[in-house]
Design a protein around this ligand. Structure first.
Ligand code: GLP
Length: 260
């Protein structure tokens, strides 16, 4: 795992966006895995800026989102469909038919999940998957004790997740109890993983993800099993890392390292 600690949220967002831009420049028809939540907002803003000012081209890109709440129509302001449209898709040139987001309103969740998995495969798999992390260490909506080989499926959200996400709804009772989410196994199949996290309230989850044991109690710890996982965090989110000095040393020495 590569751990990159930035002074500010803007800086970590820029660095994470650069990874995506490098993938797109090398492979214009890349398949991107998208995430929602407040953490990747800066990354999306930077990609939008690159699109507008530097001509970063998304015209051949295909996307797959990680997850969606069950029961919210796509027009609901807290649905992940709405979030992605407002914060990213409407600002760049990804063909509408190339955008995939799990359905929170399908009549047949099992069939939809199977289709989603097969669609990822038929598009060639995900080249780079963007991720955030929940304060309980989850990725997407893979709550603690989710199988580390899980695939796209319906999940019941944990209470801490519902309480965390209540800030976006009028009342905690309005937060959906169920979600459809890519599994940990699905996520681990992406070629590259880019996880962004900022703020003190993520410090505990971040430390457990990077330095704790691999456990389904912290589904983000599965990133330790991936051969190209890159984690971009700010200083408050790095607050509980024991090996911080080493990560900073590695970053400082990177320019002099032999090319691989
Ligand atoms: C939700 C999403 C996750 C996200 C997490 C953290 O649970 N399903 O994908 O990583 O929230 O969100 P935030 O970035 O707003 O802290």
């Amino acid at each position: 795992m590569e751990v990159d600690i930035s002074k500010t949220y803007d800086e970590l967002s820029r660095k994470a966006a650069n990874v995506i831009a490098d993938v797109l420049n090398a492979k214009p028809n890349a398949v991107l895995g998208m995430a929602t939540g407040s953490s990747p907002l800066g990354l999306y803003q930077e990609l939008v800026r690159m699109h507008r000012e530097e001509g970063l081209n998304f015209s051949q890109v295909t996307t797959f989102n990680l997850d969606e709440y069950v029961g919210l129509p796509v027009t609901h302001k807290q649905s992940y469909h709405y979030f992605m449209h407002e914060n990213f898709f409407k600002h760049v040139n990804i063909p509408r038919e190339n955008i995939h987001i799990p359905s929170g309103t399908t009549r047949n969740y099992r069939a939809f999940c199977e289709w989603y998995e097969s669609r990822i495969k038929s598009c060639g798999g995900i080249d780079v998957q963007i991720l955030g992390i929940g304060s309980d260490g989850h990725i997407a909506f893979n709550e603690p004790t989710s199988s580390l080989t899980s695939r796209t499926r319906l999940k019941t959200l944990a209470r801490p997740t519902i309480e965390d996400n209540a800030r976006f709804f009028d009342r905690v009772e309005d937060v959906p109890i169920y979600a459809i989410t890519m599994g940990v196994g699905t996520i681990l199949e992406a070629q590259t993983l880019v996880l962004v996290a900022n703020g003190k309230n993520k410090a505990d989850a971040v430390a457990k993800m990077i330095e704790g044991p691999v456990t389904s109690m912290i589904t983000a710890s599965a990133l330790q099993m991936h051969s190209d996982a890159r984690v971009f965090i700010d200083e408050p989110a790095a607050g509980r890392l024991q090996m911080r000095e080493y990560y900073e040393w590695v970053q400082a020495k990177k320019p002099g390292a032999p090319a691989t």
